[in-house]
Design a protein around this ligand. Structure first.
Ligand SMILES: [Ca+2]
Length: 531
């Protein structure tokens, strides 16, 4: 099918209408029977009842790290089953970094639009503005009970916590699990937060039990809502598989892929526990589960990093490996079993899609970038109404995709080198320096391409998923059409700085730490790092 499409595009000259929609590639699988999971479904759910929604979001996992997306190293039987019973989305995009990615999945907007295109560190002074709508608050308006379990990473100040953005309850870490900096003397402890209060310091030893505790909290929430016959939205945002790797005792040393594989397998176990609870409770016929990840593998961590499979690049990059994620949708009897769809879609589409399933409408006071893909998930179409996907590296638009074509307009790094890029309390982007070690590693391994390739490159992702062959010279018409899409976005969000469509983040003047009482960092540490 793809070969035929390529011939058509090459031979016939590509019209904009073609790349905008009609020719979006789709590999819809043959219709498959509904899952046997319906067998034990309880009759409680009326035909029109809004579905429960479980959104599972993995941290720093590569496109090729689970069985349905080609991993032969990591055993993921629960995700294998999820894919057999559901739909794989093979051109599904997040963002290159944690906070940007979480902004997108929560708001349906490119992170740049909300001035959140970076990585927030502890005690940052910004977060998502209270004027924005999150998927949680829109579902709450539809009567859903809402909970986030796991990593939030959209601001740790009181106005920015999940409970201020539509979640009834919260249990998890407010940011990444390496932000305790235990390798550096005197840095702050990592807080575990329940609702809006830090309740416990998570030491390195305790990190081994995070996945287990998240899973218990998630399944408990499911059980409580099912007992109350209440529609629910569960956002299970794993700390796995972000470094430092902390597989639990039942998984440590058990995989064939070191601690990384161990933690992937524990995350798969956790997913299985969620499905087991849904099956036991008889609510599978009325529950949509969506699984994906926030950004590609952190390749600079070498053995501790995942695999992007056939994709080029990793975390921090706007090459496919940094942003294209494995994604699976599952809803027995509704989402066709065993389907694979290659339509361009992404985390920005989940808010309008979930709100549609919930019977609501997305408010029009704030422009969003995502579109409703419910008809795609239900197997009714393979075409999206979104004509392009844009690849931002922080503030900078680096590439655009429409149909099979991806146009890079700037040099792209293949991944984040050196230390993480943090926005501190003052809002300064410390990542630009990337660190001496990082630069040295990059130079040694030749893992950036900025000096060897032209800025303007065109790739056909159907035939060249690894982005190795620049075909810009052969397709000037397609280059021009994609450049027009770039110009359209630049008018909205700006080429590098903030365009008219960029909205401000929420801000606090005097950020405070989420410290567990009695275990605050010293005044010296606070002064050095956070004042
Ligand atoms: Ca991440």
């Amino acid at each position: 099918m793809n070969t035929k499409l390529d011939k058509l595009l090459v031979a016939g000259g590509l019209s904009l209408a073609c790349i905008q929609g009609a020719c979006l590639t789709a590999l819809a699988a043959a219709a498959a029977p509904a899952s046997p999971d319906n067998d034990n479904a309880a009759p409680r759910a009326a035909q029109s009842a809004p579905p429960n929604i479980v959104l599972i979001f993995v941290d720093d996992m590569g496109y090729g790290d689970i069985g349905p997306f080609g991993s032969t190293k990591n055993r993921t039987p629960n995700l294998d089953r999820m894919a057999r019973e559901g739909m794989k989305l093979t051109s599904f995009y997040a963002a290159p970094l944690c906070t940007a990615s979480r902004t997108q999945i929560m708001t349906g907007c490119y992170a740049k639009r909300l001035s959140m295109p970076m990585v927030l560190g502890p005690v940052s002074n910004i977060g998502i503005s209270s004027k924005e709508h999150t998927v949680a608050d829109l579902l709450k308006k539809q009567g859903y009970a809402t909970m986030i379990v796991g990593k939030w990473h959209l601001g740790d100040q009181p106005p920015f916590l999940p409970t201020k953005h539509g979640f009834d309850s919260y249990f998890g870490l407010p940011y990444s699990n390496d932000m305790n900096k235990t390798d550096q003397k005197g840095h702050p402890p990592l807080p575990l937060v329940r609702n809006d209060k830090p309740i416990e310091v998570i030491t390195d030893a305790k990190q081994d039990f995070l996945e287990q505790r998240y899973t218990e909290a998630a399944t408990q929430f499911i059980r409580e809502q099912a007992a109350a016959k209440h529609p629910f939205f569960l956002y299970l945002a794993h700390t796995a598989v972000h470094v430092p790797l902390h597989p639990g005792p039942n998984f440590k040393g058990k995989s064939a892929n070191g601690p990384y594989g161990d933690w992937i397998e524990e995350m798969d176990w956790s997913t299985g526990q969620v499905f087991a609870a849904l099956r036991e409770l008889g609510i599978t016929d009325n529950t949509l589960v969506f699984f994906t990840a926030d950004n590609g593998p952190w390749l600079a961590r070498y053995k501790d990093a995942g695999s992007a499979g056939p994709l080029r690049g990793g975390k921090g990059s706007t090459f496919e490996g940094g942003m294209r994620e494995s994604a699976i949708a599952w809803w027995p009897g509704k989402v066709p079993a065993g389907a694979t769809v290659d339509t361009v879609a992404g985390t920005i589409d989940l808010l309008p899609t979930f709100v549609k399933f919930a019977g609501g409408t997305v408010p029009t006071d704030n422009k969003i970038d995502g579109v409703d893909i419910s008809e795609i998930l239900l197997g009714k179409t393979t075409e999206s109404t979104r004509k392009a996907h844009y690849y931002f590296s922080k503030q900078t638009l680096e590439a655009v995709r429409s149909g099979p074509w991806k146009l890079a307009i700037t040099p792209q790094d293949e991944h984040v080198v050196g230390s993480r890029g943090l926005i501190g309390a003052a809002g300064n982007d410390a990542s630009a320096a990337k660190g001496k070690r990082g630069k040295a590693r990059a130079a040694k391994s030749h893992d950036t391409n900025t000096n060897t390739e032209p800025a303007l490159r065109l790739y056909n992702l159907d035939t060249d998923i690894g982005e190795r062959t620049n075909v810009a010279a052969q397709h000037p018409d397609i280059v021009a059409q994609l450049q027009a899409l770039v110009a359209e976005m630049n008018k909205d969000l700006g080429a590098e700085g903030a365009g008219p469509g960029v909205r401000p983040p929420g801000q606090v003047k005097h950020p405070v730490g989420l410290w567990v009482k009695g275990q605050e960092p010293s005044k010296e540490v606070i002064k050095e790092h956070y004042d």
